[in-house]
Design a protein around this ligand. Structure first.
Ligand SMILES: *Cc1c(COP(=O)(O)O)cnc(C)c1O
Length: 356
C-alpha cells in the first residue's frame, strides 16, 4: 500500500468496486442480456453508444485522451463529473466526520468548504489578504497545520482572485506534508496561465493531487467532465468510491469531440483570444472612474475592486451584463469578478460601466 493510502479512511480501503459485469465484450460483439437494459434505443437517440445502454464507468478511450493531454500515464487519471465531484471524493475518502479536517485559503473556490461541511470535516483556514495582493503567508500557513488535516486545497490560478502560486511554494507544501496530508492543487484555469501545469511534480511527490476540468478552456461546463490526476493507488481507491455510472454517454461523447485534434486547435485559438481580451478589458476597466484597481489575473476572469461596487454592478446590469460579487467575503468587500467574454461582450461591459 502506498503511503498516500495510509492517510485514507481505513474502513473504506477494503471496499469492493461496483462490478457492472461487462468484461469480455470489448468489441461489442456479444448480445447484452446481462444488465436489464432496454434492447431498443429511445426515440430520437443518435448517440454513438445508445442511451439504452449503461455507460462504461471509466471509458478507456477518454481516460487515454486525457492522460495524453495532461502528460501522465493512464493509471494516474480518474474521470469525474467535473472537478466538483473529484473534490467531494477526496473529502469522502480521507476525512472522518468530526475527526479529520481540510485546510483552505479563502477567498477561494467555495466547493472545498461546502464538501467539507457536507462530510462533517473540520475546516481550518488562513485568509488570503487583499493587502498582500492575495498572496498566501507561507509562514503562517505552516504554523496552522495540524495533524488532523488530511487535505490542503490550493487553487492556482485562484478563483476569484486570479493569481497563481509559485512552483516552489507548491513543492515546499508537498515536502512538508509528505506522509501527513494530500496537497490538492486545483488547476481549473491553468490553460490561461503564464506558468505551466504542475502535474510533472507528481514524479517527486506522491501526495500531490491535481484537479483539471473540461469546463473552462474546453467550453464543456454543461457536460460535467473533469479529471483527478494523482498517485495510481489513490486513483484506484477513489474509483471505488465513485457512483457506479458517474459519466453519462453523452458527456463522454462530448468530451471525446472536444479532445479531437481540430477541437484542441480551436480551443488554443480561443484561449489566445481570451488572453488578448483579458488585457484589453483590464486596461479599459482600470481607466474607469468607478474602478480602484484590477488585480493581476492568470485566469479567464478579472477581479475588480470598485470605489462603489453597487453602482458598478447596477451599471453593468443596466447595460445587460451579469457580473459576480461576493457580499459575504470580508476580503472581497467592494470587489466584483468579471469573466472575459467575446470582444463584443467585453465592449458592451466597458460601455455600460463608462455610462455609470
Ligand atoms: C469552475 C471551477 C471548477 C469547476 O469545475 P467543474 O469541473 O465544472 O466541476 C473547479 N475549480 C475551480 C477553482 C473553479 O473555478
Amino acid at each position: 500500500m502506498s503511503s498516500v493510502l495510509a492517510l485514507a479512511r481505513a474502513e473504506l480501503l477494503e471496499l469492493e468496486a461496483y462490478q457492472p459485469g461487462q468484461a469480455g465484450n470489448e468489441d461489442g460483439s456479444l448480445v447484452r442480456l446481462h444488465a436489464n437494459e432496454s434492447p431498443w434505443r429511445p426515440i430520437g437517440d443518435d448517440s454513438r453508444a445508445g442511451l439504452n445502454r449503461y455507460p462504461d464507468p471509466q471509458p478507456p478511450e477518454l481516460v487515454a485522451r486525457l492522460a495524453e493531454l495532461y502528460g501522465v500515464d493512464e493509471n494516474r487519471v480518474l474521470l469525474a463529473r467535473g472537478s466538483d465531484e473529484a473534490i467531494d471524493l477526496l473529502v469522502r475518502g480521507f476525512c472522518r466526520a468530526g475527526a479529520d479536517g481540510v485546510f483552505i485559503l479563502p477567498p477561494t473556490f467555495g466547493q472545498y468548504r461546502t464538501s467539507a461541511k457536507i462530510h462533517g470535516a473540520k475546516i481550518h483556514e488562513l485568509a488570503l489578504e487583499r493587502a498582500r495582493g492575495f498572496e498566501p503567508d507561507e509562514q503562517a500557513l505552516y504554523e496552522l497545520l495540524r495533524p488532523e488535516i488530511k487535505l490542503l486545497f490550493l487553487c492556482s490560478p485562484n478563483n476569484p482572485t486570479g493569481g497563481s502560486l509559485d512552483r516552489s511554494f507548491v513543492e515546499r507544501a508537498c515536502e512538508r506534508l509528505a506522509g501527513r496530508a494530500l496537497v490538492v492543487l486545483d488547476e481549473a484555469y491553468v490553460e490561461f496561465a503564464r506558468t505551466p501545469s504542475l502535474v510533472p511534480l507528481m514524479e517527486d511527490f506522491s501526495n500531490l493531487v491535481v484537479l483539471r476540468t473540461l469546463s473552462k478552456a474546453h467550453a464543456l461546463a454543461g457536460a460535467r467532465c473533469g479529471a483527478l490526476i494523482g498517485d495510481p493507488d489513490l486513483v484506484s481507491f477513489l474509483r471505488r468510491l465513485l457512483q457506479p455510472f458517474a459519466l453519462t454517454s453523452l458527456t463522454v461523447e462530448a468530451a471525446l469531440r472536444a479532445l479531437a485534434p481540430e477541437s484542441l486547435r480551436t480551443t488554443g485559438e480561443r484561449v489566445r483570444v481570451l488572453l488578448e481580451e483579458r488585457e484589453r478589458l483590464r486596461r479599459g476597466l482600470a481607466g474607469s472612474a468607478l474602478v480602484k484597481r484590477v488585480f493581476p489575473s492568470e485566469a479567464n476572469f478579472l477581479l475588480v475592486e470598485s470605489h462603489d461596487a453597487e453602482r458598478f454592478l447596477r451599471a453593468s446590469l443596466t447595460g445587460g451584463v451579469m457580473l459576480r460579487w461576493f457580499p459575504r467575503e470580508r476580503e472581497l468587500e467592494g470587489c466584483v469578478r468579471v469573466t472575459v467574454g467575446t470582444p463584443q461582450q467585453n465592449e458592451l461591459l466597458l460601455q455600460s460601466v463608462a455610462q455609470a
